[in-house]
Write a protein that binds this ligand. Structure first.
Ligand SMILES: NC(=O)c1ccc[n+]([C@@H]2O[C@H](COP(=O)([O-])OP(=O)(O)OC[C@H]3O[C@@H](n4cnc5c(N)ncnc54)[C@H](OP(=O)(O)O)[C@@H]3O)[C@@H](O)[C@H]2O)c1
Length: 289
């Protein structure tokens, strides 16, 4: 099976790329701005680069882990967010149809308003920021155009990230450098270990599942509890954590306060073992040491 991973230089994409190489899958991965050995350049905004990769590799399965994932950047540059996350999805879908491939589209719990999460796959989305809106538009394009698709929604990913773009890694690095970190105790999530997400994607592809699947960790906790747990596992100085409310962070984009995802469907259908935050962070500690 020929697997194409868009965004193989990102947190999820790089983990999935390495996991499937170990399984000896035939894989091609792409990067955008961070050139990585073995990866090919692709810009989702540029149809020609998408066409070139598809015509060269002729993928049978395509995972899109690429796009603009910075929630505040999406708010600042909505046109760019739409060009990459929405038009980019259209470019992919057009070629996926031509090659009759399966599409695995990565989405987010930010498609919800966060009034009463965690959410199941059945809840109707209602995004409150540009990032969530572009991801939901991407989902709609996939659902309306293809039969063989997976929409994998995930939440608050943590994993090895050499560029410190990942929330947990950023917190760890800041605290290790004695910098204060700010933690809202009214902002909830279901942190997800990237290894679990990668494993779930492999299992969903292998069992030829279709439709929407949530993939997340088993704990639903607010940021203050999450950061406190990070500081316990990584033996960091807790006095650096400043507790506050979400509104005090003055973030550019509105955040769904109680988002997060329920994973009952995933556990039932692909028999994956849900990972709690403590065990996931211990795995991260091992990988970072
Ligand atoms: N991180 C989270 O907490 C989280 C939560 C919910 C859902 N998700 C979803 O999960 C997926 C993976 O997230 P992640 O955290 O692994 O992402 P990430 O680390 O931010 O990586 C994003 C990837 O997209 C690539 N990219 C950026 N602009 C591009 C463009 N114009 N054309 C092609 N590729 C482009 C990047 O390439 P370069 O680095 O080479 O520029 C990188 O490989 C995304 O769909 C995201 O929406 C993430």
């Amino acid at each position: 099976m020929r697997l194409l991973i868009i965004g193989a230089s990102g947190v999820l994409g790089s983990r999935l790329y390495n996991d499937v190489i170990k399984r000896k899958w035939n894989v091609l991965g792409t990067y955008f701005s961070q050139e990585c050995e073995g990866l090919f350049y692709l810009d989702l905004k540029d149809r020609k680069t998408v066409d070139k990769i598809f015509n060269f590799f002729k993928p049978e399965v395509v995972v899109c882990a690429g796009g603009i994932t910075d929630v505040d950047l999406c708010e600042k540059r909505p046109r760019l967010a739409r060009e990459v996350n929405v038009s980019g999805t259209l470019h992919l879908v057009r070629k996926i149809k031509e090659y009759d491939a399966k599409f695995v589209f990565l989405s987010t719990d930010y498609v919800f308003d966060g009034k009463n999460g965690p959410y199941s796959e059945e809840t109707s989305p209602c995004p409150i920021n540009i990032y969530g809106k572009t991801k939901l538009e991407g989902e709609a394009i996939v659902r309306d155009s293809l039969d063989d698709f997976l929409i994998v929604r995930t939440a608050q990913l943590y994993g090895v990230d050499h560029r410190n773009r990942n929330f947990a890694v950023e917190i760890i690095r800041n605290m290790q450098n004695n910098k204060k970190v700010y933690a809202a105790d009214d902002f909830y999530c279901t942190p997800t270990y990237v290894g679990t997400l990668s494993e779930a994607i492999v299992k969903l592809i292998k069992s030829d599942k279709r439709g929407i699947f949530n993939v997340a960790g088993s704990d639903f906790l607010h940021r203050y509890a999450y950061i406190s747990l990070i500081s316990d596992i990584f033996s960091l100085d807790k006095s650096l954590i400043q507790k506050l409310k979400l509104k005090d962070l003055h973030l550019k984009a509105a955040r769904p306060r109680k988002a997060g995802l329920k994973i009952d469907k995933l556990v039932k259908e692909i028999k994956i073992k849900p990972l709690n935050c403590k065990d996931g962070l211990k795995l991260l500690r091992k990988e970072m040491s």
